[in-house]
Structures are given as C-alpha cells and as structure tokens.
Design a protein around this ligand. Structure first.
Ligand SMILES: [Zn+2]
Length: 364
C-alpha cells in the first residue's frame, strides 16, 4: 500500500533489525534494588524515601533503555504512593522511564508481612498496607484508588507469626470485597500466592493474575485456565534469591525452591494457563528484565511464545490490550528494534538498538 508521508516526517531506517512492540515487564518493583546490595529489611527500614525515589528514577531509565516501555509495578514496599509521583514525573517528561501501571502499596493481612521485629514487644514500619477484615480491605482499596493506584495487589498468602511455611492469609470473601470495589473502578486485583490454597482463594475471589504460584497443583492450574486467570511465574526472582543465599548455580545441587518453581511453571504450561512475563525485577537488577524471558525459554517455552507473553499477552491480561502490546493503528507507538531475531534466540532481546515510547525515540 502506498501512502503519502506528511511534510517533515522523520524516516528511521532499521534495516537488519527486528521490530517489536515495546516490551512489557509484568512484575517489577522500581523502588527496590537487589537484595545482595542491601537486604529488603534494610531498604524498607533504613533508606529514606528520597534515596529510594532517586534510585527508582535511575531504575526507570534503565528499564526503558532495555526496551521495556511499560511496567506493571506491584508495590512500593514501604515507599507509600511514590510510584504514582514517579509515573507523573515520567509522564511530564521530567525523567525518562516506562509507562507505569502502579499498585501503590500492596495489601496484606495484619501481622502477615515484614519487616518482622525480633521481639513481640516491638512494632516496625511495614512494607505494605495492613488490613484486618473486609471493611478495612474496602477502605484501603478506595484509598489506594484515590491516591492513583491503577491495579490492586493483595498478598493471598504469606508466612505469619513464628511459622516459616506460608499459609493463606485472607478469606475468599475478604479478597472478593477488594475485587468488587476495584473492578467497579475499572481496576484489576492481582494476588501474590505461592500456596495452592492461597491461589485457589484468589482465583475464586476474582483475581486477574496470580503472582509466583510456586506450589500450584494441576487442580488449581485447571481452575485458572477455566476462569482465564493469568499466571505470572517470576522464575528469575527465586534463582536470584538462592544465589544471594550462596547457591552456586551449575556447581551446587539445585535448591528445592528452584526445582519446585520449574515444576509449577511446566505444569501451568502443560495445562494451558495464560502465561505472563514478569520477573519480580528489583530482586535482581533493573534493566536486566530479559533474564526472566531467558529462563522461560530454558524451562521449555518457545521464544516466540515468550515474546507474545512479554507484549500482547501481558497487555491483554492487565487490561491494556487496546493501548499497548501490539504494533497496530490507534495503539500507542511503543516500538523497539533489536539486532538479530529474538524468535530464534531469545538472547537477542538484549541487543536493543532503538526504543520509542508514544512516538518519541529515547534510544537510536
Ligand atoms: Zn514482587
């Protein structure tokens, strides 16, 4: 088809490169940095919010330059609503960064998060918003929406008290109370869940995506498929954690947590669950988001399917399919170009030569 370019149109030649829709990071924490630099507890308790925002600004730049033009940022972990402030600064062009889908504070059951004091006589500032019943849940969701939350993140399970094994922390009714308010305001509820029971409750309550899913069973993945709930596996995070704890990948035997993760991911693939791409980046270095994509291929997904998960599938699962995730008329011009063909070797997504967000080139 021939069409006339308007006068003054800039032509960008990208011969030999592969053009892709801007990549979408499905699970980031721009307000965290790798735990082998500073532990999560010390980031939450000892870094000022000014420092954390300065770091997040740099993380946002690195993310965009790596070709990730959108992030779903799932909780500031103690930095309150500062993600909304960063998003505003990016939108105003003050600093470069991706489009942000902000969760503000994650919501947790009272007493079921961290940092944890060593003595029961102490209470410490928490990395998320605590609620104790359905009314408090409803109020918290309304507050977060008023502060700018685009998505609501709930911890459906976690370690509580002196126990080390995670258990479900909210009833189906409590999560459903959040879903009702969030959905009526056009927002999704997404749930952290690593246990089968936490996942089951989140799915039945109306969550849109399940984050982590380490111990998902065939039954629970079938339920996700039936209800079109997407799975965001965060494979790279558990690998990073274990390496920070001393695991020498490729030398030491694989830790059980890593094996469990691979098994749950492969089970979800076999059942045919919608798979998102999200690495829980922040646990590892921002800008290194492709690590998750490489692991998805390593664990058996085709590169082309990983590219779909990182673009159109993420966009659809997050409710943004009419705005991002495809190169298509009427969508935002979020376009990247990489050297080589990432559908034959996923590592090529790292060779980002060109990044455009909303029609503006940031890297060329
Ligand atoms: Zn996370």
């Amino acid at each position: 088809m021939k069409f006339k370019l308007p006068a003054g149109t800039q032509v960008i030649e990208l011969k030999g490169y592969t053009l892709l829709p801007g990549l979408i990071e499905g699970h980031s924490h721009l307000f965290l940095h790798p735990y082998n630099e500073t532990s999560w507890d010390n980031q939450v308790l000892k870094e000022s919010r000014a420092e954390r925002t300065a770091r997040a600004t740099e993380h946002a730049r690195a993310t965009l330059m790596a070709g990730f033009t959108t992030v779903r940022d799932l909780g500031t972990e103690g930095s309150m609503y500062d993600d909304v402030g960063l998003k505003t600064a990016i939108q105003k062009g003050v600093v470069p960064g991706p489009r942000m889908i902000c969760a503000t504070r994650a919501i947790v059951a009272r007493g079921a998060y961290g940092p944890r004091p060593e003595s029961s006589d102490l209470s410490l500032p928490q990395g998320a918003a605590e609620v104790g019943n359905s009314d408090e849940m409803t109020n918290e969701v309304r507050t977060q929406i008023s502060k700018g939350a685009d998505v609501i993140k709930i911890y459906a399970d976690y370690r509580t008290g002196s126990g080390h094994e995670p258990t479900a922390t909210f009833s189906i009714e409590e999560i459903a109370a959040a879903v009702k308010i969030a959905n009526s305001g056009g927002r999704e509820v997404v749930c952290h869940a690593t246990t089968a029971e936490g996942m089951r409750r989140a799915i039945l309550a109306g969550a849109s995506t399940i984050e982590h899913g380490d111990h998902g069973t065939e039954e629970v993945f079938k339920l996700m498929k039936e209800k079109s709930v997407a799975f965001c596996p965060t494979l790279a995070a558990i690998n990073a954690y274990e390496q920070y704890n001393g695991w020498k990948k490729g030398i030491d035997p694989e830790p059980k947590t890593v094996t469990d993760k691979r098994n749950s991911f492969q089970l979800a693939l076999k059942v045919g669950v919608i798979i998102c791409m999200g690495g829980d980046v922040g646990v590892f270095t921002h800008g290194d988001n492709a690590r998750e994509m490489e692991m998805m291929v390593e664990y058996g997904m085709k590169p082309i399917d990983v590219l779909r998960s990182s673009t159109s599938i993420n966009a659809d699962a997050f409710g943004y399919g009419d705005k991002i995730g495809r190169i298509k008329k009427d969508l935002y011009a979020d376009i990247i170009a990489v050297e080589g063909d990432p559908s034959s070797d996923i590592k090529n997504v790292r060779k980002t030569k060109f990044v455009m967000k909303d029609g503006v080139p940031y890297k060329q």
